[in-house]
Design a protein around this ligand. Structure first.
Ligand code: FES
Ligand code: FES
Length: 158
């Protein structure tokens, strides 16, 4: 019988509970127990950023974070950035500036970009490049992604 652990946390503004495997990654919890499939499993080793989420205001690789560590935390996935008013300004900048091709990296990229912009709205291009170093995109060549993050930062929004 696998060891299950009960956890409770805030997920995209809502108090939630789950019974998770002691060995379960947070990414699995979000995708399989809460149907939040935006964050992706790619490398599974903390190298690509496809699984990025925001926990207590910091960006984290959810493939490496144990689900049990979600207990008592405040978690935002890309799904939680979509509000009644529509897309979050960072998401909108990705749409407006065409910073998406296949879209596989996009949720992780947007979560990381949102974290960067919310932390420092005066981001320079160099800050953006360094801040996105852990997020790999195989399609876009990064130029449009960096332009989109800069646009959201210069608008002073996240
Ligand atoms: S899947 Fe988590 S960093 Fe690549
Ligand atoms: S848009 Fe395809 S991997 Fe980034």
């Amino acid at each position: 019988m696998p060891l299950m652990v009960d956890i409770a946390f805030i997920l995209n503004g809502r108090a939630v509970k789950a019974s998770v495997l002691a060995s379960e990654p947070a990414l699995t919890t979000l995708r399989e127990r809460f149907d939040l499939a935006a964050a992706k499993l790619a490398c599974g080793e903390g190298e690509c950023g496809a699984c990025t989420i925001i926990v207590d205001g910091a960006s984290l690789n959810s493939c490496l974070m144990p689900a049990v560590d979600l207990d008592g935390r405040e978690v935002v996935s890309v799904e939680g950035l979509w509000t009644e008013d529509g897309a979050d300004p960072v998401q909108q900048a990705f749409i407006d500036l065409g910073a998406v091709q296949c879209g596989f990296c996009t949720p992780g990229m947007i979560a990381q970009a949102h974290y960067l912009v919310s932390k420092n709205p005066a981001l320079s291009e160099d800050d953006i490049r360094r801040g996105l170093e852990g997020n790999i995109c195989r399609c876009t060549g990064y130029t449009k992604i960096i332009d989109a993050v800069a646009s959201a930062a210069h608008a002073g929004k996240a």
